[in-house]
Design a protein around this ligand. Structure first.
Ligand code: 9UX
Length: 72
């Protein structure tokens, strides 16, 4: 079954930032959808917990260069 995670993502200043976060998260296995909202500093990810988890997604966002916190 599918799970949802919402992250606060700090440091994104343009839509290209959001695009790079979305692209990186979508490259992970087990991701159904990733939507990044630069105006609200949020990333919402739908994923399959058998393949990937919140911490791996969070670390992937950080690897792109932004500070990510799981908030929901
Ligand atoms: Mo361009 Mo957004 O370097 O941080 S991708 S401003």
């Amino acid at each position: 079954s599918r799970a949802k995670a919402v992250f606060s993502v700090m440091g994104m200043t343009c839509s290209a930032c959001a695009g790079s976060v979305e692209k990186a998260v979508k490259r992970l296995p087990g991701i159904h959808e990733a939507v990044v909202d630069v105006l609200n500093n949020r990333a919402q990810v739908l994923f399959y917990p058998s393949y990937v988890n919140e911490e791996t997604i969070r670390e992937t966002i950080e690897d792109v260069g932004f500070e990510a916190t799981l908030i929901q």
